[in-house]
Design a protein around this ligand. Structure first.
Ligand code: NAI
Ligand code: MG
Length: 353
């Protein structure tokens, strides 16, 4: 089968790491699922913006709909405000294509230094399901009397029954398929009684359909402590937009490097394309040096292969990454080595062969 994928490398290290993800995904898909991946590289980036005055062409959102999936690097450049780069391309994509599931796995690979003492490889193994379309990041609010000392800003969180229900069900479905069958719902409903109180109501309604899952809830401050103190106690975690965002930087940190953290922005109905991207940004401080760790992008491509129904290829990519990390001969500087981005990509491709 042929799968058509849009590639937006974006800025900084984005295109560098995405090139390695493409190589790994292509080799795995052909070998393990007999699938042919066709890539359409789209130049949408800060450079594109400087030339055209916009991040993507006028019909860009329609163009993208023709693809099954989008592989995304990162956007952001010191020369242009994030309000343009991130806010005109990345954030609208999640809402326009209703990518309401933001899946962010956190796994402690063998051979990766863990900042927490005494953790064994595989002991930290969680899937964070972050709500990706509403909640605290809903573009609802206003600003009165800007630039004066009377300035008033209102930022409203929007929580809907349907929005909470669909992310909670996605997380429960995932928990049901995992060996530990455990789910933790994160809120702050003791303080934000309306929005997160609604989340809790939905949680209690939905969990009745999943009595085989060991489910409970935790307040976000306690959860932050436990992500550091005992991250091994978590299996599937489901959280609102803001809390999921913050907690996944923490889960990336405790599993060794932001250069290993992958993510998927999924529209489960497949009505619109889903988007797969490393959690990290464009890293201007190391861009152009060829030393970025490409494994977060490679693991994001594995999540894409899962979404395309190429489960064996996805598993093969993850196994190849695990092998490269465990062997430890090829490591980028973020993991304490001196390998280049391309050498790391070569090692993954060699492990897949
Ligand atoms: P960042 O994630 O780009 O970098 C943070 C730190 O982690 C830097 O020291 C960087 O060198 C390091 N790092 C990141 N990825 C790495 C990798 N693969 N290998 C080795 N080291 C890595 O976050 P920062 O600096 O806050 O943001 C830079 C730009 O990226 C900003 O314009 C920001 O808005 C944008 N950004 C874009 C995102 C996206 O497109 N999804 C996500 C996060 C930030
Ligand atoms: Mg973040």
């Amino acid at each position: 089968a042929v799968h058509r994928i849009a590639v937006i490398g974006g800025d900084g290290i984005g295109p560098e790491v995405i090139d390695q993800a493409i190589r790994a995904a292509e080799v795995a898909a052909r070998k393990h699922d007999g699938a042919d991946l066709q890539w359409a590289k789209l130049p949408w980036s800060t450079a594109y913006y400087k030339q055209h005055g916009r991040m993507l062409p006028e019909d860009g959102w329609d163009q993208l709909k023709a693809y099954e999936a989008i592989l995304f690097g990162a956007v952001g450049d010191p020369s242009v405000p994030d309000k343009i780069t991130v806010h005109e391309l990345l954030l609208p994509m999640r809402r326009k294509y209703d990518q309401y599931v933001n899946l962010r796995p956190a796994y402690l690979f063998a051979g990766v230094p863990c900042p927490l003492a005494g953790k064994k490889p595989g002991e930290i193994d969680m899937l964070v399901y972050r709500e990706n379309t509403e909640g605290e990041y809903a573009p609802v609010g206003g600003n009165l009397y800007p630039g004066t000392e009377n300035q008033i800003a209102v930022q409203t969180g929007v929580f809907t029954w349907k929005g909470c229900e669909r992310i909670l069900r996605a997380a429960f479905e995932a928990a049901r398929k995992r060996p530990r069958k455990k789910l933790t719902s994160i809120t702050k409903s003791n303080a934000q009684v309306y929005g997160l109180g609604l989340w809790d109501d939905v949680f209690h309604a939905v969990r009745k359909d999943y009595t085989d899952v060991d489910s409970g809830s935790l307040l976000v401050d306690a959860a932050a402590m436990d992500f550091v103190r005992k991250p091994e106690s978590f299996d599937v975690v489901v959280a609102s937009n803001l809390f999921g965002d913050i907690l996944t930087d923490l889960s990336a940190a405790v599993t060794g490097s932001i250069g290993l953290a992958s993510s998927a922005n999924i529209n489960p109905t497949k009505k619109f394309p889903s988007m797969f991207e490393p959690v990290h940004g464009s890293a201007p401080d190391i861009a152009g040096k060829g030393i970025a760790n490409p494994l977060a992008a490679v693991l994001s491509a594995a999540l894409m292969l899962d979404h395309l129904g190429l489960a064996q290829s996805a598993a093969a990519v993850r196994a190849a990454v695990a092998h490269v990390l465990a062997t430890g001969a090829v490591r980028t500087p973020d993991l304490g080595g001196s390998a280049t981005t391309t050498q790391m990509g070569d090692a993954v491709v060699a492990a897949l062969a």
